[in-house]
Structures are given as C-alpha cells and as structure tokens.
Write a protein that binds this ligand. Structure first.
Ligand SMILES: *[C@@H]1O[C@H](CO)[C@@H](O)[C@H](O)[C@H]1NC(C)=O
Ligand SMILES: *[C@@H]1O[C@H](CO)[C@@H](O)[C@H](O)[C@H]1NC(C)=O
Ligand SMILES: *[C@@H]1O[C@H](CO)[C@@H](O)[C@H](O)[C@H]1NC(C)=O
Ligand SMILES: *[C@@H]1O[C@H](CO)[C@@H](O)[C@H](O)[C@H]1NC(C)=O
Ligand SMILES: *[C@@H]1O[C@H](CO)[C@@H](O)[C@H](O)[C@H]1NC(C)=O
Ligand SMILES: *[C@@H]1O[C@H](CO)[C@@H](O)[C@H](O)[C@H]1NC(C)=O
Ligand SMILES: *[C@@H]1O[C@H](CO)[C@@H](O)[C@H](O)[C@H]1NC(C)=O
Ligand SMILES: *[C@@H]1O[C@H](CO)[C@@H](O)[C@H](O)[C@H]1NC(C)=O
Ligand SMILES: *[C@@H]1O[C@H](CO)[C@@H](O)[C@H](O)[C@H]1NC(C)=O
Ligand SMILES: *[C@@H]1O[C@H](CO)[C@@H](O)[C@H](O)[C@H]1NC(C)=O
Length: 405
C-alpha cells in the first residue's frame, strides 16, 4: 500500500483543479483539495468541505459501503471517488494530516488468502514483541505475529479456548474473552505454554452472553462488554441469552460482578479509557446484530462516553456514529483522539467534539480492532483480509500510564 504513489497524481489533478476552482465548475477532482506540500510524499487526500453537497443523485449499496463506493452517474464525481478509494489516508479535516504527520505509512503485514474470517482480540505483548490475535471462528489456538520480522507463531490453548473475541494485556497478564461453547468466560492466558484459567464465567448462575472486549483499570479491576454475538453468529453450543446485553465491572479482589450499563449501549462491543481514566468509551454495534445476524443501516453504530466513579458509570454522551459498518475495537491516542475500527478502514475522531477527522483507508476490508505498541507511533489494525501496521506521528498512550493494551 505504501508503494501506491498517488500523491503525484493528486497533485497533478488537484493542483491544476485548484487554479481552475474559482473560474470553472467542471473539473475532475472538484471535491479533492490538494494536500499541503509537506504531505505530498504520503498517500493521502483532503476532502474539501466534507463533501457536504454531492451533485446529482446517487445510491449506496449497503451498510458496509464507504462514501467513495456510492453509485453515481456523474462521471467527474465517480473518477474522484475512485481515486479516493485508492489512497491510504483520507482527511476530512486538515487537522488529520497534522496528527498523522508527513511520514504516515500503512502496510499490510499479514494476509489470509482464501479465507475471510474475522480477526479479533489483538493484544501486544511487550515481553515477546508479538501481536497476539485470534481467528474468531477457531477453537483451541491463537496467532502471534512477531512485530519486528512478522514471523507467525501458532499458540495452542490448554484447555482449548472457544471463539476468542477480545483481550487485553495488563501488568504482565493477558486476559481473553470467549464467545463460543456452553460456557463463555474471561480467562487469563499464558503466552509461553498456552495454559488458560477462568476468571469469571457467570452472573449468579446465569451464563454470560459472550464476553467481547476487555480493559483493566488502575486497580487491576476488569471492565468487559457482554453482547450476545455467540448467540447471534451463532457459535456452537451457545444457548439463548439468559442476561441483557451489558457492560460489567469485575472486582478482581472481591470477585463481585457489577452490571454498569445495559440500556444506553444496546450491543456493547469495544471499550477503552481516556488518558486520565475519568472517562470510559464504549461502542454499540447494534447495526450488526440479531439472530440471524443482520446489518441494518438505520440501527445505531455508536461510541458513547461515560464518566467513571469506582464501579459506577454516569453522564453518557454520544461521541461518534460510524459512517460505514460499525465501530468495533478502538483505542485512545496520546492527545486524546480515538482511532476506531469500522468497515473499509479505521476512523479517527475527536471525542471532545464528535468530529470525524479522517480515515485510515482499507478498501474492501473490515477493520475489527486497533492495537498500538504503547508509547510508540506503531499501531496495528486487524481486518478480515489483512493485519495492517500503521505508522503515525501520533503516539499511543504511554505504557507507564496505561497498564492495559
Ligand atoms: C519526499 O521524498 C523525497 C524523496 O525521498 C525527499 O527528497 C523529500 O524531502 C520528501 N519531501 C517531504 C515533504 O517530506
Ligand atoms: C444512472 O443512470 C441509469 C440509466 O439512465 C439509471 O437507470 C439509474 O437509476 C441512474 N442511477 C443514478 C444513481 O442516478
Ligand atoms: C438505488 O438502488 C436500489 C437498489 O439497487 C434501486 O432500487 C434504486 O432504483 C436505486 N436508485 C437510484 C437513484 O439509482
Ligand atoms: C469507478 O469504479 C467503479 C468500480 O470499479 C467502476 O464501475 C466505475 O466505472 C469507475 N468510474 C469511472 C469514472 O471510471
Ligand atoms: C523473527 O524473530 C523471532 C524472535 O526474535 C525469531 O525467533 C525468528 O526466528 C525470526 N524469524 C525470522 C524469519 O527471522
Ligand atoms: C495451529 O495449531 C492447531 C493445533 O495444534 C492446529 O490445529 C492448526 O491447524 C494450526 N494452525 C495453523 C495456522 O498453523
Ligand atoms: C507461563 O508458562 C511458563 C512455561 O510453563 C512458565 O515458566 C511461566 O511461569 C508461566 N507464566 C505465568 C505468569 O504463570
Ligand atoms: C438493534 O436495533 C434493532 C433495530 O434496527 C432493534 O430491533 C433491536 O432490538 C436492537 N437490538 C438490541 C439488542 O437492542
Ligand atoms: C464528567 O467528567 C468530565 C471530565 O472529567 C467532567 O468535566 C464532568 O464534570 C463530569 N460530569 C459529571 C456529571 O460528573
Ligand atoms: C473491590 O473490592 C474491594 C474488596 O471488597 C473493595 O475494598 C473495593 O472498594 C472494591 N472496589 C470497587 C471499585 O468497588
């Protein structure tokens, strides 16, 4: 992807168009603004006026179709959209370019030819410099890709874990969430020998729906989402939900499991703390839910912010609605922006304003999760088709401050 040298093409078209902008209406790249000279080495476009007015009539195929895949009979628009589809970074706001920097890079480091499985639960393990992740459809083993040379290791879990969907690194421990089998749970996982051991697997005798994603707080207590994807998918052995979809607080000292929200967020999925840990962000993937699993463009696909006090969440406010697909896993950057997995790429937005700043573009793929090497410029995206490595000027949260991955 880094090899695509579109900037010159854009400069040609957009720089020319620039001159014409004030005088002539018809020009090929009329909604593409030339990126500032400092950014011409990267594969990026800047969308003028957020494409607030689309000429003529157009059509969009489904929930997973990004704006550049709209069907239009306007040839000029079609050309510009097709060019946009091919770049690595799409800026809706010039601030996005400042954040990603003039050397931003997107690389595909692992592909999955011939299979289209969902890749979940990325956890960066500093001890081994590996990115652990799961093929959710698999029972009994996980992938670990070396972050330096991309060698892939296959770790067999003992006893076998079913349909691993979420995970986090916290103070030398890896926690994983399972979505399949008659008992779904949060487990600890030893990345050396693959041994796993359950941490919590029920709410007073009722089976958890399917723990999906997890983070730890500064007291090592666990926060995890529990939507019903095991039932929706469906994974083998999963019975009808016995609990509402919820976000839980698990007190690691007392073993108490506290539901913290089971209404505002209908289908809770990814979650992450703000840098100061006063805010917990939680995504709602209602737009892809239900049994049979359906994609509904009119259903919500949100990220909410909540205030956190002990085990109580309050003051929910909507900070993001994904334009395409649904917001799955996401991470907070060192300056407080959020990078969220969605269909066709990962979106960056500002949770203070709710403004979508730009997109790390992965056309024809679905990005499920974002995982950085803490304190660095390196970010990994797990998609259906690829594992991506993204190098941005913007760093992730420092490992010394945030103890989960
Ligand atoms: C773009 O790359 C060329 C060749 O590597 C280099 O000479 C030039 O300084 C770079 N420009 C910017 C703005 O980084
Ligand atoms: C494009 O043109 C075709 C043929 O005239 C027409 O059937 C179709 O509805 C048009 N599509 C849009 C999006 O305008
Ligand atoms: C949009 O697509 C739908 C379904 O393919 C079709 O029924 C409709 O006529 C299209 N509209 C336009 C304007 O092309
Ligand atoms: C843009 O790409 C689509 C899909 O590949 C193609 O059908 C369409 O003809 C292209 N538009 C132009 C103007 O080349
Ligand atoms: C990649 O790095 C790991 C860990 O240092 C090493 O064990 C492995 O042999 C390396 N693989 C290649 C192909 O260099
Ligand atoms: C990983 O290991 C498991 C169990 O040993 C095996 O069934 C599976 O095929 C392996 N997968 C890969 C990709 O090597
Ligand atoms: C993980 O397993 C290895 C090998 O069996 C063992 O040396 C290590 O102590 C284990 N780690 C933890 C945290 O239990
Ligand atoms: C998700 O949204 C649909 C409407 O699109 C609704 O029917 C369904 O009940 C919602 N799911 C949950 C768990 O609220
Ligand atoms: C929620 O947290 C924000 C940021 O820490 C703070 O400014 C605000 O006062 C809090 N609101 C409530 C209702 O606690
Ligand atoms: C967790 O449990 C311990 C032991 O009962 C208690 O002291 C602590 O306040 C609890 N933490 C929260 C946030 O509820």
């Amino acid at each position: 992807m880094a090899s695509i040298s579109l900037p010159s093409l854009f400069c040609q078209a957009a720089c020319l168009g620039f001159t014409l902008l004030s005088t002539v209406n018809a020009q090929p790249d009329y909604f593409l603004k030339s990126v500032p000279p400092a950014y011409r080495n990267i594969s990026a476009v800047l969308i003028e006026n957020n494409l607030a007015v689309i000429p003529g009539n157009w059509n969009v195929s489904d929930l997973n179709a990004p704006f550049y895949d709209i069907r239009t009979n306007d040839t000029d628009l079609s050309i510009a959209l097709n060019e946009t589809k091919n770049v690595d970074f799409i800026a809706f706001d010039p601030l996005f370019l400042d954040i990603i920097g003039p050397s931003a890079k997107l690389e595909r480091i692992l592909s999955f030819p011939g299979v289209s499985h969902v890749h979940e639960a990325p956890v960066y393990i500093s001890e081994t410099n590996e990115l652990l992740f799961a093929d959710t459809s698999v029972i009994g083993w996980l992938y670990a890709i070396n972050a330096a040379n991309y060698t892939v290791r296959n770790i067999t879990t003992n006893p076998p874990l079913y349909n691993v969907n979420g995970g986090t690194y916290h103070r030398g421990k890896v926690y994983l969430c399972t979505n399949g089998s008659p008992v779904r749970a949060v487990y600890t996982f030893n990345w050396t020998d693959g041994t796993v051991s359950p941490v919590v697997n029920n709410y007073r005798g009722r089976k958890l729906n399917s723990p999906n994603d997890i983070v730890a707080d500064e007291n090592s207590n666990l926060w995890f989402t529990d939507p019903a994807y095991g039932w929706y998918t469906p994974w083998s052995g999963v019975e009808q939900p016995q609990l509402p979809n919820a976000v839980y607080f698990f007190n690691i000292t007392s073993g108490a499991l506290v539901p913290t929200t089971n209404d505002v967020v209908r289908v809770p999925n990814g979650l992450a703390f703000s840098r100061d840990r006063s805010t917990l962000y939680i995504s709602d993937t209602n737009s892809t839910s239900g049994r049979p699993l359906q994609k509904s463009p009119s259903s919500v696909r949100n990220i909410w912010a909540f205030n956190v006090t002990g085990s109580i969440l309050s003051n929910p406010r909507l900070v993001y609605q994904s334009e395409v697909g649904w917001p799955d896993g996401f991470r907070v950057t060192s300056n407080g922006y959020i990078i969220a997995g969605a269909a066709s790429g990962a979106d960056m937005f500002d949770p203070q304003s709710g403004v979508l700043l730009g997109k790390i573009n992965a056309p024809n793929d679905i990005i499920f999760n974002v995982e950085p090497i803490l304190g660095t410029n390196t970010w990994f995206l797990t998609g259906t088709n690829y594992i991506y490595k993204v190098t941005l000027q913007e760093k992730s949260l420092p490992a010394s401050e945030i103890l989960d991955g």
